[in-house]
Write a protein that binds this ligand. Sequence first.
Ligand code: NDP
Length: 240
Amino acid sequence: MSRLAVVTGGTRGIGAAISVALKAKGYQVVANYHKNNDAAQAFAAQHNVHVQGWDVSDAAGCQANLQAIQSKYGAVEILVHNAGITRDSFLHKMTPDMWHQVIQTNLNSCFYMVQPVIESMRQNGFGRIVLVSSVNALKGQMGQTNYCAAKAGIIGFAKALALESASKDITVNVIAPGYINTEMVQAIAQPILDKIVSQIPKSRLGTAQEIAHGVSFLVSDEAAYITGETLNMNGGLYLR
Ligand code: NDP
């Protein structure tokens, strides 16, 4: 029986590429999404991947949906928590709502998503957890105090959980993408995007498939000795 992987935000952008890559590697994949039901159903039909909609910022929703997935398909052995949002603004103009939405969706969701699956991973003596952070967690970005705080928090979360889980053959790693050509980045104003690309040593945006390759490796048996790490995939941006 192939391993079961859950990918949050797994029907669009980077997450969609991750779902497709894991399916191609022979895993059973359940791709989570939030509100874009049309995109999710089109994705499911095109790639023959199970999709399930819920809000990862809702603790009870995560608990109920993960329980339903485990009852239907078996224990979740691979969790790729990729769903994330931005609500950009300089801090002096940021509303409490913008702050809380980003912390809730990008960081608190790590607790909501991992807690319901970690016990069975411990009991089964196997697990692969990959959390998607961002280059901006490491280098900072104007207008993103909320996002950078949440994405940096993910790295600390992963390191602590990696220590707790290593003896049970559960690895916990982070991928920190640079600027990847998805709708999230296409929403950036063109002059700002041009400036960003001019600062990337590879002189281009990354592709969602390139990030998916990193995830495929980290969840593989070959990556069993890698835990608590952050894999930077940013075309060299972090070097400048
Ligand atoms: P997109 O905006 O293209 O897609 C986001 C996905 O997350 C969608 O599938 C969306 O669901 C889902 N999602 C958003 N909020 C929730 C929620 N509350 N509950 C469940 N699912 C949700 O994003 P990207 O593919 O660009 O980004 C994916 C991840 O990578 C994010 O965590 C992002 O922060 C991170 N990242 C992206 C970078 C980039 O350059 N693109 C750079 C660095 C990090 P739905 O389809 O229903 O809307």
